[in-house]
Every structure is written in structure tokens, then in C-alpha cells.
Design a protein. Structure first.
Length: 114
């Protein structure tokens, strides 16, 4: 499974970005799909996740600002990030679960200037 993430960039505080991640090739029956982020020198942390039936979970720090969604037909997961804060600056990774295995996309850098 190859995942391609896009949508990162530089934005001012209060702005918005939309991250997208899609798997190429055939249609996969992914279980959980999620977005993580990683600060320099830190471990990756869960930002948001969504199950196949659409149940979502968010880190407390992004609740009310970020929205995760998925398109099963397109093997895609997105993260709408609104009201961005400088502390949201990180490398963001998409993650999917297929069967018992997990796959990661390449990171995409989000930089929020104050």
C-alpha cells in the first residue's frame, strides 16, 4: 500500500489548510484511517482518526478546529484544519490500517506563523 499525502504548507495563525492522503492502485478495505503529527525530537502523536463506519476521534488540542473525513471509494482520508495555531506546526502523517497491518504516508510539513 502506497500512500501519497499532500496539502501542507505555510499559513498564518487563524488560517486553514486541508491535508489529503490517498492510496494508489486497487480499492482497499481500510479499517481505521488517521492523521498523526510529529514535532522535532518528539514521537508521533495522534491528531484524529476515523473508522470505516465514520466514527471519529480527536486529540483534545484540535477538537472543534480540525475535521477528519474519508472517502472509501477513493481510498482517501482528509484533514480539514481551521483556526490554525503556531503550535500546530509539525510534520503530519497519514496512517491506515489494513487487516492487521499499518501503513504510513510520507510526511507533509505544516507551518503556522504567528
Amino acid at each position: 500500500v502506497q500512500l501519497q499525502a499532500s496539502g501542507g504548507g505555510l499559513v498564518q495563525a487563524g488560517g486553514f489548510l486541508r491535508l489529503s492522503c490517498a492510496a494508489s492502485g486497487k480499492t482497499f478495505r481500510f479499517n481505521n484511517m488517521a492523521w498523526y503529527r510529529q514535532y522535532p525530537g518528539k514521537q508521533r502523536e495522534l491528531v484524529a482518526s476515523i473508522t470505516r463506519d465514520g466514527t471519529t476521534r480527536y486529540a483534545d488540542s484540535v477538537k472543534g478546529r480540525f475535521t477528519i473525513s474519508r472517502d472509501n471509494a477513493s481510498n482517501a482520508v482528509s484533514l480539514q484544519m481551521n483556526a490554525l495555531k503556531p503550535e500546530d506546526t509539525a510534520v503530519y502523517y497519514c496512517n491506515v490500517k489494513l487487516g492487521s497491518r499499518y501503513y504510513w504516508g510520507q510526511g507533509t510539513l505544516v507551518t503556522v506563523s504567528s
